[in-house]
Design a protein around this ligand. Structure first.
Ligand code: MLT
Length: 324
């Protein structure tokens, strides 16, 4: 917090917008003390715009690799209009002294609400009911379970997971969590070892940031620890789950259902997982509400404008790690 980026090297400095962000935020940037190239509609043109770039604005589509950074010798600031910085080579940016900022809380409510929606649809077994009723069937009888009395086990207990816990408490659900960066209980949520969370959770809810150390955190061994019939929800990053191991756990009945907003490769290639009768999926839209995107754009551009004016930055990302 409070760190400054150096004054822009090129006058007027060039800010390149690589991914689509809120139109109002772009308009504010264009009215700022900079030139703006908006390459968001034509990703193929991005590399050719970077030679003089002082700032780069991205969401998650653009992969800010060492190779891409090599095309931007003047780059001083990368602004991520969202939370996760796993699409940015943080080591390469750090080695060049390029600052990275994000919009850490802009979409917290949006992602938390999608997560709760997933819990309710999964636990109540609603997806097949929607499909059957639409198809003209009228299948009454006993369907699904209540969220009341169930245990939600959070993997990663940062901002979003805490908001989810706050939202499910009134449903009568209990929250437990694993997070190596959170040493003590928060509110009523007990912090437990990884395996214990897996053993006790009725719903395993994944919210960790993806780092070089936790790829496939939920692998075959982790799934073997789950309570039989548990549900799995992932709104964080697809690579936190070994999708082949999840599919095997679904087929075997250890996992009763999964709700996935994110995939290791997006768009996902694993049709067997997507089309599994107990899987519901969305196309990485957790943060993509009108409100969430307006806030993400505004917070990101505020930070770029602060940097352009040489003012202290408020959302510097120190290093990859921690929960989302
Ligand atoms: C985020 O990290 O902010 C979300 O996954 C949304 C996004 O990447 O656009």
């Amino acid at each position: 917090m409070g760190a400054r980026v150096g004054p822009p090297m090129v006058d007027p400095p060039l800010v390149v917008v690589a991914d689509p962000i809120d139109a109002g935020a772009i308009a504010r940037l264009k009215a700022g003390p900079c030139r703006v190239v908006d390459a968001s509609a034509d990703p193929g043109s991005l590399a050719g715009t970077l030679a003089d770039a002082w700032g780069l604005v991205v969401r998650s589509r653009t992969k800010v690799t060492a190779e891409l950074l090599g095309r931007a010798p003047q780059l001083s600031l990368i602004a991520r209009a969202g939370v996760g910085v796993d699409n940015i080579d943080m080591a390469a940016a750090g080695a060049r002294g390029i600052r990275v900022v994000n919009a850490p809380s802009a979409a917290t409510a949006s992602v938390a609400e999608l997560t709760v929606a997933f819990y309710l649809v999964l636990v109540r077994g609603l997806a097949p009911q929607f499909a059957a009723t639409r198809a003209g069937k009228w299948e009454r009888g006993s369907h699904g379970h209540e969220l009341a009395g169930k245990t939600v086990g959070f993997i990663g207990y940062g901002r979003i997971a805490r908001e989810v816990a706050r939202r499910v408490a009134p449903f009568g659900a209990r929250a437990i969590a694993y997070d190596p960066f959170v040493p003590a209980p928060i509110d009523a949520t007990e912090i437990l070892p990884f395996e214990m969370v897996l053993e006790h959770a009725d719903v395993v809810s994944v919210h960790a940031a993806l780092t070089p150390d936790n790829r496939h955190l939920l692998d075959a061994r982790a799934f073997s620890c789950l309570k039989r019939g548990a549900f799995v929800v992932n709104v964080a990053r697809g690579a936190l789950i070994d999708e082949a191991a999840l599919l095997a756990a679904l087929n075997e009945g250890r996992v009763a259902g999964a709700a996935l907003d994110v995939f290791e490769v997006e768009p996902p290639m694993n049709r067997a997982l997507l089309e599994h009768p107990h899987v519901i999926a969305t196309p990485h839209i957790g943060a993509a509400t009108a409100e969430g995107q307006e806030r993400a754009g505004a917070e990101t551009i505020d930070e770029v404008l602060r940097a352009l004016r040489g003012e202290p930055l408020t959302a510097l990302v120190a290093a990859p790690g921690g929960a989302r």
